[in-house]
Design a binder for this molecule. Structure first.
Ligand SMILES: [Zn+2]
Length: 449
């Protein structure tokens, strides 16, 4: 009896050691992930709630109440981290005048996004990775700018995650640039992220990924009463919103309807998030967003960038967009008492793991091709080196056409590979890998003749 117990224990040990080798966590990223502090997250949200309302059309002059005080506080917070750093982090309030639109803006306002830029260490690396939450909050009537709208979860949680990511990541060096942003005007029709995405497009920013965090800190569902803090949803578009007309023929011909760049990003979030964050399963949702709802990633996907929405698994509609009140014993409102800070810690950690992995990695391989000159039962892929970063090698990813996630990884130090699998039966992509194990986003090959 005793012997078999020891044997079982030994087997368990071997299994866990094996699992660790497969996981290949980067030590720095692991450290960053472990520094996420639920108490810090709670303190940021308490502060945001204390501004009363953060409605985009609320007061901007007061030092203590309204959206103006709130956005200045976020910029101050970013500046505080900047002072502790080595000069790479800088903060600003990026403002834009919005005219009354006859819908959700009834007077001229100066909207402001609170932005922190962590400049990359490689001057040749033009890549930008954006992480966002929305600072504005609302009650039942979206035009109500006076009543308390705590917005602890919607979207105090996303902004708290962004602030914590800036605090931790600004202590580390990355080749590429990371932008942390608390946008405003989400509830007024995605005004702040629309402003930022349009600017990024117009000025030719090389935004390779945008992570929108909107409600990532509450674990329980209204109606079905499910309580669970072990799952996070990632919403991503299937067919691209941008230039679909130009791409439709290729997408149909090669069956790439599930391989747009936002979907690739979602898969990457799942793989990297689950690699670094324990007790969390990331659910790929094959939709750009939920029914009847919008999100700050959408202006980015509409401008041709890879962007996804990270949202808690279960939503509680008694706590969203509600006037604070108690009716028939039910407490309505987006209050801090409904938050789960351990869940918010994990979801913040997912963002940091993904951003750090992306910003450390070399850029994507270029001119990735799949050879279709001949009928063949094997597959030949070839590509060119990335524009920036030092490459240890490449992962060639493969999956069944019906599989949601990559199933096999082949490592090579060459810039071509012939695989004994028919290109007719599988989907492929190639990513770069650095000596510290960080890997780029995958690139789906185009046809080479
Ligand atoms: Zn929201």
């Amino acid at each position: 009896m005793k012997k078999s117990f020891i044997l079982l224990f030994f087997c368990g040990l071997v299994l866990s050691v094996k699992a660790q080798t497969i996981v290949n966590r980067n030590a720095d990223i692991d450290k960053m992930v472990k520094s996420v502090n639920p108490d810090s997250l709670k303190s940021y949200i308490s502060k945001m709630v204390a501004f009363g309302t953060r409605s985009t059309i609320s007061d901007t002059k007061s030092k203590t109440k309204g959206i103006g005080a709130a956005r200045n506080w976020v910029v101050d917070k970013f500046n505080q981290f900047a002072k502790q750093g080595d000069g790479r982090l800088s903060a600003l309030l990026d403002t834009v005048t919005i005219k009354p639109d006859g819908k959700r803006v009834d007077k001229q306002i100066v909207l402001g996004n609170a932005v922190a830029v962590l400049k990359g260490t490689d001057p040749n690396d033009k890549r930008i990775f954006v992480v966002s939450g929305h600072l504005d909050s609302r009650v039942t009537d979206v035009m109500n700018r006076m009543s308390d709208a705590p917005g602890a979860n919607d979207d105090g949680s996303g902004v708290a995650g962004v602030i914590e990511a800036a605090r931790i990541m600004s202590k580390y060096k990355f080749g590429a640039t990371v932008i942390f942003v608390a946008v405003s005007g989400e509830e007024q029709s995605l005004l702040g992220s629309g402003f930022m995405a349009a600017k990024a497009k117009k000025e030719g920013w090389n935004v390779e990924a945008m992570l929108n965090n909107d409600m990532i800190g509450s674990n329980n569902a209204s109606e079905t009463q499910i309580i669970d803090n072990t799952k996070l949803r990632v919403f991503s578009e299937g067919l691209p919103a941008y230039e679909l007309d130009k791409n439709a023929k290729i997408i149909r011909q090669y069956g790439l309807e599930n391989d747009g760049k936002s979907r690739q990003l979602a898969r990457y979030v799942k793989e990297i998030g689950e690699r670094y964050v324990d007790q969390l399963e990331i659910k790929l949702i094959y939709r750009n967003d939920r029914f009847l709802r919008g999100g700050d990633h959408t202006p980015f996907v509409e401008n041709g960038f890879a962007a996804v929405r990270l949202t808690e698994m279960n939503e509680n509609f008694e706590h969203q967009h509600q006037d604070l009140r108690t009716e028939k014993g039910v407490k309505y409102g987006d209050l801090i008492e409904f938050m789960d800070f351990e869940y918010l810690r994990k979801n913040t950690a997912v963002n940091i793991a993904v951003l750090a992995n992306l910003a450390k990695a070399p850029s994507m391989p270029t001119e990735v091709k799949i050879d279709v000159k001949n009928l063949s039962n094997s597959t030949l892929l070839y590509w060119k080196a990335p524009l920036t970063g030092t490459v240890k090698g490449y992962y060639v990813l493969m999956r069944e056409t019906s599989s949601p996630v990559w199933e096999k990884k082949f490592f090579t130090t060459e810039k071509e590979i012939r695989l004994p699998y028919s290109k007719d039966n599988y989907l492929f992509a190639v990513q770069t890998i650095a000596s510290d194990e960080s890997e780029s986003l995958p690139v789906v090959p185009s046809v080479g003749r």
